[in-house]
Design a binder for this molecule. Structure first.
Ligand code: ADP
Ligand code: MG
Length: 240
């Protein structure tokens, strides 16, 4: 579903991503872990079209993504950020926030789609008339997930989607993401630093260090300690 080959991203003289390659099957949930600054968010931002200055090949269901913005591609690939407050416009009601992608991508039945989207993330319909600051952190992340899903994408890019939440709310949001993936047959690419969280959601995990993928393992391999690279061993000792 998503093929990334030799992705390279520079910021001036810094090589933030140094030839990352991975392929994610349809319906698969793939994780990227690694220390802070290893290039995880940079990869997601490039795939979400937020940074158009990269080299390499990216294919969605076999179709190559050009470096220019392609509206169809970016409807099919949506992103959820770590901090749902930062990513929701503070002066827009939830209604407006959810209507915007529908308008941009030319969907009809906006009202019905907004109601369905809120229901899908288990928020009451009356929430649509509130502003982001009137919601809890977990509710805001549910709105961000609803907004990402409302244009019916195939791939969801998740950048530490539960890191900013309380532990009890983290589990709820992870369970919601698991259910949504099953119900919709979505493909996930999730970034995280907490291995327990990433192995909960992801079937395969690539370990990054200094802009490179040093090892790709299954969640089960990680849990059982069947890992090779010293960096993976260390990461596992720190967070599992
Ligand atoms: P991670 O998400 O793994 O913590 P990032 O992808 O955010 O890491 O960052 C990777 C590296 O690229 C870091 O050294 C960071 O400082 C740098 N970086 C990220 N975004 C930019 C930017 N817009 N301009 C310059 N440097 C950046
Ligand atoms: Mg990051």
């Amino acid at each position: 579903m998503l093929d990334v080959e030799d992705l390279r991203i520079r910021f001036g003289t810094l090589e933030a991503v140094r030839g990352a390659s991975f392929a994610i099957a349809e319906g698969e949930s793939f994780g990227l872990v690694g220390e802070s600054g290893s290039g995880k968010s940079t990869i997601l931002r490039a795939l979400a079209g937020l940074n158009r200055d990269w080299d390499g090949t990216v294919r969605l269901a076999g179709e190559p993504l050009g470096r220019l913005r392609d509206r169809a591609f970016f409807r099919r690939v949506q992103m959820v950020f770590q901090d749902p407050y930062g990513s929701l416009h503070p002066r827009q009601t939830i209604d407006r926030i959810l209507a915007e992608p529908l308008i941009v991508h030319g969907f009809g039945d906006i009202d019905a789609r907004i109601c369905r989207a809120l229901e899908e993330v288990s928020l009451p319909a009356a929430m649509r008339f509130r502003y982001p600051h009137q919601l809890s952190g977990g509710q805001r992340q549910r709105v961000a997930i609803a907004r990402a899903l409302i244009s019916e994408p195939e791939v969801l890019l998740l950048d530490e989607p539960t890191s900013a939440l309380d532990v009890s709310v983290q589990a709820e949001v992870l369970n919601l993401l698991t259910d949504l993936r099953r119900a919709r047959g979505l493909t996930y690419l999730m970034v995280g630093h907490n291995l327990a969280v990433v192995t909960h959601l992801c079937e395969r995990i690539a370990v990054m260090s200094h802009g490179e993928i040093v090892e790709t393992v299954t969640a089960e391999d990680l849990r059982q300690g069947r890992v090779q690279h010293p960096h993976t061993v260390e990461l596992r000792a720190l967070s599992l």
